[in-house]
Design a protein around this ligand. Structure first.
Ligand code: GAL
Length: 357
């Protein structure tokens, strides 16, 4: 993306905003023009509801609250896993007017939207997932997410007394059309391979519990029913893998995850999942809101890192959560006590100090 054009646009809209404020002040009427309304609207597209509960449960809420608190209107829509719907939503939003777009990519659909937005001088933030054509990328340190997952697999193998060099480990990655999936993979593989792990099987990457379950079942069959560890890229996929482990009565298998969702936290407490990578969505949403607000106000957001293609990357730090840390996620309000500590999990909650806030 040509940054010069973005900054030119931003500077212009800043000047325009000042001029408009001046006009409405002198006329005393306070009438808003279409341009002023556009400049005050942040248009957001979420990808789906199935790959993770985070999008509807947390991202929507925190982005809405943050943008509103800063005095901007938030138009937040969900593409529900449909690339055509993604593009229709974007067209509708652009027709109404957007001062900035925050897009969570879904299977590359954000690329065409970013092109349209850029052509209209609207800055684009890649929220959580990277894609070509964004002006900024706001996300967690996703290679670090992968490294924590690789560490989870090593920790689980160690707890079971297994040698990583001879352990049978299956790799269950995320949907390769999500630009984060490669970063998760690269971080995890780096840590696992440094300890001598080699993939015994690697089915295609997905973000889908049912597909993950089927893929893992087939991998397990191909391995004669033997598995010591599974690198799994998120909790939704891990739930599918764990169903297969439970059906086959395979206990003590190292399993990683991501998102600290309710199912993941329960699987951790019950000993079916070794750990998850907790990504406090509030931190990520706050970073995105700060970036969006800076752009809406015509200033230049600051970024601590860059993607390989040079896109400024605002990074948030992920946290490893094992049995002893589940309580922190509940205490932070990122999982409800009543949802996690259902009757079958209550004893484990008590054992690991998970308490109602
Ligand atoms: C990733 C995201 C994760 C996870 C996954 C599935 O891109 O960073 O938090 O939920 O998508 O939606």
């Amino acid at each position: 993306m040509k940054k010069s054009s973005l900054f030119a646009v931003v500077a212009l809209s800043g000047a325009a905003a000042v001029m408009l404020a001046g006009c409405s002040g002198s006329s005393g009427g306070g009438t808003t023009t279409a341009a002023a309304a556009d400049a005050g609207r942040a248009c957001v597209i979420l990808p789906d509801a199935a790959s993770s509960p985070r999008w509807e449960n947390f991202d929507r809420k925190y982005l809405q609250e943050g943008l509103q608190a800063a005095g901007f209107e938030a138009d937040i829509q969900n593409a529900q896993g449909d690339v055509n719907k993604y593009s229709t939503i974007a067209d509708q939003q652009l027709t109404k007017g957007c001062g900035v777009m925050l897009l969570v990519d879904y299977q590359g659909a954000a690329v065409a939207v970013a092109k349209k937005a850029t052509a209209q001088g609207i800055p684009v933030i890649a929220y959580d997932r990277p894609f070509t054509g964004a002006d900024y990328y706001v996300s967690f340190d996703n290679v670090k997410v992968g490294e924590l997952q690789g560490q989870t697999v090593l920790d689980g193998l160690k707890a079971a007394g297994k040698d990583p060099k001879t352990a049978t480990v299956v790799y269950m990655g995320g949907d390769p059309t999500d630009g984060n999936a490669k970063m998760f993979h690269d971080g995890a593989v780096k840590v696992m391979e440094a300890a001598g792990i080699k993939a015994a099987a690697e089915p295609p990457g997905v973000w889908d519990q049912a597909k993950s379950q089927t893929n893992f079942e087939q991998a397990l069959t191909s391995l004669g029913g033997k598995v010591d560890g599974v690198w799994v890229a998120n909790d939704t996929n891990a739930a599918g893998v764990i169903k297969v482990l439970q059906d086959n009565n395979l206990k003590g298998v190292a399993v990683s995850g991501q998102d600290a969702n309710v199912a993941g936290l329960q699987n951790i407490l019950l000993g079916w999942q070794t750990a998850t990578v907790y990504k406090p969505v509030k931190d990520e949403a706050t970073a995105a809101v700060d970036t969006a607000v800076a752009l809406l106000k015509g200033s230049t957001p600051s970024a601590s890192a860059k993607l390989d293609d040079g896109t400024p990357y605002i990074q948030v730090t992920p946290i490893l959560v094992d049995q002893t840390k589940v309580k922190d996620v509940v205490a932070a309000g990122d999982a409800a006590y009543d949802d996690v500590c259902t009757p079958d999990v209550a004893a484990a909650c008590a054992q690991f100090g998970v308490v109602a806030p």
